[in-house]
Design a protein around this ligand. Sequence first.
Ligand code: SIN
Length: 559
Amino acid sequence: MDYRFDYLVIGSGIAGLSFALKAARTGTVAIVTKKDKLETSTNYAQGGIASVLGPDDSFQLHIQDTLTSGDGLCHEDVVDMVVRCGPERIQELVSMGVFFNQGSAGTPAFDLGREGGHSRNRIIHAHDLTGQAVEKVLIATAEADPNIEIFENHLVLDLITQHQSIKAGSISLQQQNICRGAYVLRSETGEIYSFLANAVLLCTGGAGKAYLYTSNPDVATGDGLAIAYRAGAELANLEFVQFHPTCLYHPLAKNFLISEAVRGEGGRLIDKRGRAFMGAYHPLKDLAFRDIVARAIDTEMKKTGDDCVFLDISHRDADFLRTRFPNIHQKCLSLGIDITRDPIPVVPAAHYMCGGILTDKKGRSSIENLYAIGECACTGLHGANRLASNSLLEAMVYAHKAAQDCADQLDGWRSRTLPEVPHCFRSRNENSSLLSEMVLITHNWDIIRRLMWNYVGIVRTDKRLALAQAHMAQIRMEIREHMPHIPVNADLIELQNLALVAELIIRCAIERKESRGLHYNLDHPQKDDANWLKDTVVVRRQTEEFVCALQPNDALGPQ
Ligand code: SIN
């Protein structure tokens, strides 16, 4: 079955929803999301949105902090554009009904928090549940819009592009480069649909699940990166994986972040003996840039052999803590940790992918009619290390720019005749005995995450990266061998995507022979501006073939 819309938005976080709400003014929009519509990284964002809103702040200061964090790789024109567009985008959220904490009498209108690397208080927030506050309002607004249809539990398998052909069980590349839509699996029924659209927006978030420990929800399996790569789009800077310094360390706490805002409010990192250690690593101590704090914790844990360090905010007033951090307070309390009295056990964990699908300043990828917005994109804003709370800001600014660009082109798109694509693809081997062999998927899933954590983590070496590459090649070969024998299902597709993204992260990390921002290699500990003041770009090779999860209904692949 075919669906036809003006816009196909893949992902229901802040990037996808912000775009959809604007695009719906000019055309019809399908939002395809692989689980529940609220199951997005946005929904778990605690800290807030960085923007110039305080009387002591300026665009210049926010720009400078972003550039310093990015360690030489930010694109200055992009930083300038994003920072300057910030206040207007925040105002839009407020007009839609998003509540942000207000300052007390005699202070700026909003209560502005502080996070690592910021020289001013500029993080607007809704207690410690900012992402959820934004997500709920955007979803409610989208659901009320007659031009928007949301498809939950729909997982994109691959893009439909004019230069990609699916034949005889493999996907290969041809010359032309235009995106027409996507093949989408409805997880509940196993049916596969073609969604055709004039413009396709990848807003699929990050790939934190490539690592054993992550702050990301389970949906963060790098799908957008993988399908863009398979379709031939340029990706960049995947070696810059940001590790958040402070995720809750507790056997019953899965992926729970302790926001950097806790350090912004005076929280101090200490070891098991109560010794504060950040002073030994950076003059900004606990509010140093994230890469520095995460590496410091990693070093301390390796030195002492301890399983975690602690974040102590118990010196602050208990009522203040309960009001400012209701979510963190409640979660910790449920595990027997009272943050008003006890230090919080924390470890670093994979948090944000700074690289992604290369885009221009309108969010356009290297494939015609394909855009990327949010964490899956590499716009040039973050460089080698994202400044805290710049990500929701980036998503909103690029959603706005992309919607404007699409509106300018829509008449032209509508006037052209769309080529035919095969209507539907079926999964094969429905009765395969391997259907019960889910262990093939779960085993490889575990191995990838452990491998990436141990060999491609906070501190890297040439040897560890080479070993990781060899292991990943083996794992990917195994997955390729299984694929034709297992009916298409969401777990298999996510595993295939995660394995590809892990391999690309390793490839970029091996390529960059220096240490910069989040990429730290003990064999190349210095920054090498002469050779590496540039993005690490990867693109699918013409000869590279992928086993196809789909089977054409007829002899032809998409033309
Ligand atoms: C946090 O609350 O610490 C996360 C903020 C971010 O990653 O931007």
